[in-house]
Write a protein that binds this ligand. Structure first.
Ligand code: SAM
Ligand code: CA
Length: 252
């Protein structure tokens, strides 16, 4: 199981306890193949300021919690394929997946960006500004759940979003789903990150390769995946990109 990344995220949404031995962000069993994907298909096409933010984020002690370069390339393609314009991101960190989203959106596109901590976003903000897309972002600092509850109270917000990317505290994914399902339009897409939880979902609960954070949150991710699998309001697709991304298309 050398390719399993231990503790890819921690309590803050969360940090890396330890990375796979090659330090990459994929569950692919071949590290060489993952490197091949990055070098052949991702890096040569990576927008200049996205690269700058990726490199800046890599210097942050929690850097590895940000999305993977191939994952944000996927988000870019998805956002364009569905012609998304009004979007939301829950869990911003330094803004790496946020910048990828902002670059993919049309000039008048919008992202409501929620994070409990503004400090890390402020680190990435100058690069987002240089990229000329800061005007698309409405950043709100604070815990996401009460903010979502407030949004839902106003029926005008229901069914207004084309795309939502959820990448914050995993123990609240079911709570997020219960709320964002009201905000995404029918036919719109919700993407949930880290739904394969470093491959730990198929390990015995007492596996010695799991640190406490991975072990504690594993139950929440298992429960969330089961919950989504039977939710009749959405069609789902589990992608083994990066640490696992589940797409949900709202159908009713
Ligand atoms: N999406 C980012 C990217 O790929 O570049 C990474 C987000 S990081 C994995 C998770 C973020 O969720 C952290 O910045 C953390 O502060 C935030 N977070 C954790 N709990 C939260 C909560 N209850 N409400 C809002 N944000 C939260
Ligand atoms: Ca993530």
């Amino acid at each position: 199981m050398s390719s399993i990344q231990k503790g890819q995220e921690n309590q803050q949404g969360g940090a890396v306890a330890e990375q796979g031995e090659f330090g990459h962000k994929s569950l692919l069993r071949s590290d060489d193949l993952y490197q091949y994907i990055l070098e052949t298909s991702v890096y040569p096409r990576e927008p200049k300021y996205l690269k700058e933010l990726r490199e800046l984020t890599a210097k942050h002690p929690l850097g590895p919690i940000s999305a993977a370069p191939d994952e944000v390339q996927f988000l870019d393609m998805l956002i364009k394929l569905i012609n998304a314009k009004n979007t939301m991101e829950i869990g911003v960190f330094t803004g790496y997946s946020l910048l990828a989203t902002a670059l993919a959106l049309p000039h008048d596109g919008k992202i409501l960006a929620l994070d409990i901590n503004r400090e890390n976003y402020d680190m990435g903000l100058p690069i987002i500004q240089k990229a000329g897309v800061a005007h698309k972002i409405d950043f709100r600092e604070g815990p996401a759940l009460p903010f979502l509850d407030q949004l839902i109270q106003d029926e005008k917000n229901h069914g207004t979003l084309d795309f939502i990317f959820v990448d914050a505290d995993k123990n609240n994914y079911i709570n997020y789903h219960k709320r964002v399902i009201e905000l995404v339009k029918i036919g719109g897409v919700i993407g949930y990150d880290n739904t394969l939880w470093s491959g730990s979902l198929v390990l015995p609960p007492d596996a010695p390769t799991m640190d406490d954070y991975l072990r504690n949150n594993r139950e929440f991710v298992l429960e969330f995946n089961k919950f989504l699998a039977v939710d009749p309001r959405v069609e789902i697709c589990q992608l083994p990109v990066s640490d696992g991304v589940t797409l949900c298309r709202r159908i009713c």
